[in-house]
Write a protein that binds this ligand. Sequence first.
Ligand code: CTP
Length: 400
Amino acid sequence: MSSGHTIVMGVSGGIAAYKAVDVVSRLKKAGCNVYVIMTKSATEFVTPLTFREISGNPVITDMWEEPKTWNVQHIALASRADLFLIVPATANVIGKIAGGIADDMLTTTVMATTAPVVLAPAMNTNMFLNPITQQNLAKLKGIGYHIIEPASGMLACGIEGSGRLPEPAVIVEKIISLLHTRHALSGKRLLVTAAGTREPIDPVRFLGNRSSGKMGYALAQAAAARGAEVILVSGPSSLPTPPGITVKRVETAAEMREAVLAEFDTVDIVIKAAAVADYRPELAAEQKIKKTGDTLTLNLVKNPDILRELGQRKKQQLLIGFAAETEDLMAHAHEKLINKNLDMIVANDVTLPGAGFNIDTNIVKVIHKNGVVEELPQLSKYQVAEIIIDKICAMLTKST
Ligand code: CTP
């Protein structure tokens, strides 16, 4: 049962819209409060009255109906949602959302929500397999949308193939399990470090690395989606600040160390996804260094190893590290797991295509403290983040 959760359910215009009625009915029986928003074409398949009767709530179909309260309505629903579901999600609606188009009540409300969004696509097989639809779905998955894969079978258009809306019971089961995981980290404080550090050489130059922060930001977002209070200590990154997350911006390894240590005693989990510079120029020149000589020698000194220090200080905290390697991946990662006293390490060979710095996907192996190794396929960084956060939730459950 899922008593008290508010689900905003979008219905877009496909023949499977009739099955959405059963989805609403089942969600109501599970104790959810359901508000339905229909696109104009959805109303050609099922009447708003049907959804109003089943949901027990007014159904929104038009941004411009009297009284013109659309702004208030869509913002209010967007923020009231514990979860946003679209059944069926047509190729058109998926395309609009992926393209940032918000031209009706459904697409404006979904854009304004910070709740998890679940899409249940249903359409003709060729439309589903069309590379445009597939790219749109991949883009949405990459930024954390949940997609319930369509089933295969005989479609309304007479073609056999994938594109069928899964049975309402399957959709509702997925929703209930997502609503449960949404609070899996409630009451927990989680600190993530992200991006690379910059070590100044002079006022205009620095030593840095190729880390973009994408992995760390995805982890912060996935943890917040499960109810954690998230502190993101970030090196310079062009990524937007994720909503609902406290961001502390730092530049150097020393600043990152200070920011992390200031929070360490009060957090339950630390994930160190940042690429910290191991060395810094011994002295940063006060003025821009002039090209007076044919060579320039920089004297570098070692930076503190923040994660190792956390491993020495840790009490109840779970510590998760990353290992970016170009050779002997497992041996190096395992060594770091032991030396830094970690509970888990996420190892990636940054030389593999589809893995590493400044791209949207990653290929990782997860090594647990007990030596168990799990290999993940190439996934979007958000999907990798979700799996890592799930593993953290499982570790917390075991330790309580
Ligand atoms: N790390 C850290 N402080 C450092 C260096 C690394 O906290 N000064 C953390 C990283 O955030 C990561 C883990 O330690 O979680 C491993 O980082 P990595 O760069 O792979 O390894 P290093 O320990 O720096 O060792 P090496 O560069 O020799 O591979």
